[in-house]
Design a protein around this ligand. Sequence first.
Ligand code: NDP
Length: 331
Amino acid sequence: MRWGLAGASTIAAEHMIPAFRAHGDEIAWVASGNPDRARRYAAEHGIGRGYGALDEALAAGGVDALYISSTNEKHAPQALAAIAAGVHVLCEKPLSISVDEAAGMVAAAERAGLVFATNHHLRCAGSHRAIRELIASGAVGRVLSLRVHHAVYLPPHLQGWRINDAGAGGGVIPDITVHDADTVRFLLGEDPVAVVALDGTSGLGEGVEDSVMSVWAMPSGAMVTAHESFTHPFAGSGLEVHGTAGSIFARGVMTQRPVGEIELVTAEGRRPVSFSGHNLYVEGVRMFREAVAGQGQPAASGADGIKSLTVALAVRAAARSGQRVSVEYGA
Ligand code: NDP
């Protein structure tokens, strides 16, 4: 496939460009908001051309799909421009800074008959697939609760708009809670219906939250607690699922790499659970390519991206209001 990139970003450089190339795909161009930066980024990463405007790049054509990894407020206009040009879209999370905009992007792709996917990489992890299979097989019985611990330290090179620019979609809630919402939905196969939350700043955030703790009610009656932060250097990440017949303890799995450990504890004792160590982003691109070829669905669809954003924004509304907030997914 031939890809265009919207956003001369870190995630593209560190993970997605190698993931596209792992499939033998071509990266035809990168579009940035700054022509010099676009040219520099293209040269550094061996990309055919760098454009200072996405419209110019789309007019030049030569791509089957656009990967969007700009700051969050640009995702919607860039996706709509790509769809208007007849190009499939793989968009970074959060899909947008508003649910209405996200829904508009997904609806436009559907009308145009184009594939639209959200880059929720954790669904592609061998660890999360193994946990999901354990739950679905009844290994823990009825799920009573799930805890997700995703309090990390934001590396210095990413301490830009994420920690101080609400207009660009900064804050830990659109950055990390959105991933946890998708992961919980993926693991449990149900969508949160109500949330309560507290947020705050604990050293990095200026004008946006850098930490949040929330509790989610699930339709089955299961309860979820989630903790996301940019300021925890040594906490590590993890996830626990507790059911009537067993518990799953997963350590180090809320990450971009295929790492971590999973243990299942039941009346029969404790046993380690093995999982595939494939690259998460390469797998996400594989599924996207198959969807474009008409042979399957992307790992996370546009609808998944709308739902994860809806949960994250409900968490933010709950934190700001101090009230329990119902999660309304729309039609
Ligand atoms: P970056 O800050 O690296 O890039 C975002 C934009 O900032 C770029 O598109 C670029 O704008 C501008 N920019 C970046 N570096 C510079 C620089 N040195 N000088 C000037 N401008 C610069 O963001 P990330 O790569 O961390 O995140 C991009 C998107 O990807 C976000 O939506 C984020 O939520 C998502 N993401 C997803 C991950 C996942 O695992 N699914 C992981 C990390 C991020 P321009 O293109 O106009 O030049």
